[in-house]
Ligand binder design. Structure first.
Ligand SMILES: Cc1cc2nc3c(=O)[nH]c(=O)nc-3n(C[C@H](O)[C@H](O)[C@H](O)COP(=O)(O)OP(=O)(O)OC[C@H]3O[C@@H](n4cnc5c(N)ncnc54)[C@H](O)[C@@H]3O)c2cc1C
Length: 292
C-alpha cells in the first residue's frame, strides 16, 4: 500500500517547527528518521495531512555531557548515540539498549527522540529511559516544559506530547559511582525485531560488593515500559545472589499484565520476564564487581 497524499514542509528552526504544528484542525506530524512514521503511513495506520521535517534543525542534533546528566538532542541519530564512546562511558545502558534496536540501516536514519515519541510498548529506548529516570524536554511555540519518563509514556504509541509540541532533548542521569554495571537483554523472534519481553538493569556496589543503588525494568508485558523502584530497593545492601534476584524478578513479572498474540502467550511472557529480569540483575552485578 502507499501513503495517502500529504503536504510536506521542511523546518529550519525549532520555533518554526512548533509554529508549523499549530495550524488548527489539521493532523500535522513531525517527521524525524521516518523509520516508524513512514511504514505506518504506508499501511494507512496514520494519515497526516502535513509532515513537518525536522532533520535540518541543527539545534536538535547534539550530545552534551554535563556532570550529572547527558543531554541529547531529540533528532540525534541512533547510530551517533551508539557510536559515542564518551557518552557510553557516562550512560552505558543507552548503547546496550541500542544493540537491540532494529538494524544498522534503521539506526542510521532513526533518531533517539523519534523512538521515544513513537512510544512503542515493545521498544528498547523507552525502557532504558524509564529505568534510568530520563527527563524529556518539550517545546511549543510559547515555552518549554520537562517531564519524567514516567509522566511522558502514557500508553501504546501514546505520550504526553501535545499536538503542537516538539521533543527537543532528553536528559539522561549519569551514575557517578565507580563500581557500577548495567545489562540489557531481550527475547524476540529474530534479532532486530521488537521485543517479546525486554529487561534491563543498572546497579552500583560499594567496595565490599554490596549494592548501594539499583534500577531495573521490563517492557513487552504491558502498555508502557515499566520500572520497579520499590522492588529494586530490596536489592540495596545485598550481594544480588540468585535467591534475591530471582525473588525480585519474580515479583516484578507478577505485576505485568501481558497480552497474548501469535508470538507468545501471556503465561510465556510472564515466565520470560522473571527469567530475563533475574539475568540482567546478575549480569549488571557481575560487571560492577569486575570494576576496581
Ligand atoms: C525494519 C525495522 C525494524 C525496527 N526494529 C526496531 C526495534 O527492534 N526496536 C525499536 O525500538 N524500534 C525499531 N524500529 C523503529 C525505529 O527504531 C525507529 O527509528 C523509531 O521508532 C522512530 O524514530 P524515527 O526517528 O525514525 O521517527 P519517525 O518515524 O520520524 O517518527 C516516529 C513518531 O515520532 C514523532 N516524532 C519524531 N520526532 C519527534 C520529536 N522530536 N518531537 C515530537 N515528535 C516526534 C513523529 O511525529 C512520529 O509520530 C524498527 C524500524 C524498522 C523499519
Amino acid at each position: 500500500m502507499k501513503a495517502a497524499s500529504f503536504d510536506y514542509v521542511r523546518a529550519a528552526t525549532i520555533s518554526e517547527a512548533c509554529e508549523l504544528l499549530r495550524a488548527d484542525g489539521e493532523d500535522i506530524k513531525l517527521i524525524a528518521g521516518g523509520q516508524s512514521l513512514v511504514p505506518m503511513m504506508a499501511m494507512r495506520l496514520t494519515r497526516p495531512s502535513r509532515l513537518v521535517d525536522i532533520n535540518e534543525i541543527g539545534a536538535l542534533r547534539f550530545v552534551a555531557l554535563e556532570d550529572d546528566f547527558a543531554r541529547i538532542g531529540a533528532c540525534t541519530r541512533q547510530c551517533v548515540v551508539a557510536g559515542d564512546d564518551a557518552l557510553a562511558a557516562r550512560v552505558p545502558l543507552l548503547r546496550r539498549a541500542l544493540d537491540w534496536v532494529g538494524h544498522t540501516q534503521t539506526r542510521n536514519r532513526g533518531t533517539l527522540g523519534g523512538s521515544l515519541a513513537h512510544a512503542d510498548p515493545a521498544a528498547e529506548l523507552p525502557l532504558a529511559a524509564q529505568v534510568l529516570g530520563a527527563r524529556m524536554q518539550l517545546r511549543t511555540a510559547s515555552g518549554t516544559r520537562t517531564l519524567s519518563a514516567a509522566e511522558f509514556f502514557l500508553g501504546p504509541l501514546t505520550t504526553a506530547l501535545f499536538p503542537d509540541e516538539c521533543l527537543e532533548a532528553i536528559h539522561w542521569p549519569v551514575w557517578r559511582e565507580p563500581r557500577a554495571g548495567c545489562a540489557f537483554t531481550e527475547v524476540s523472534r529474530r534479532h532486530g525485531d521488537f521485543a517479546i519481553i525486554a529487561a534491563c538493569a543498572q546497579v552500583a556496589l560499594d567496595a565490599d560488593g554490596r549494592c548501594t543503588r539499583a534500577a531495573f525494568g521490563l517492557t513487552g508485558g504491558g502498555t508502557t515500559p515499566l520500572a520497579f523502584p520499590a522492588l529494586a530497593s530490596r536489592l540495596v545492601g545485598t550481594r544480588l545472589d540468585d535467591e534475591v534476584t530471582r525473588s525480585v524478578a519474580h515479583d516484578a513479572a507478577a505485576e505485568l499484565d501481558p497480552g497474548a498474540d501469535l508470538h507468545a502467550s501471556a503465561a510465556y511472557r510472564r515466565h520470560l520476564a522473571a527469567v530475563l529480569g533475574a539475568r540482567v540483575l546478575r549480569t549488571a552485578y557481575e560487571e560492577a564487581q569486575g570494576k576496581p
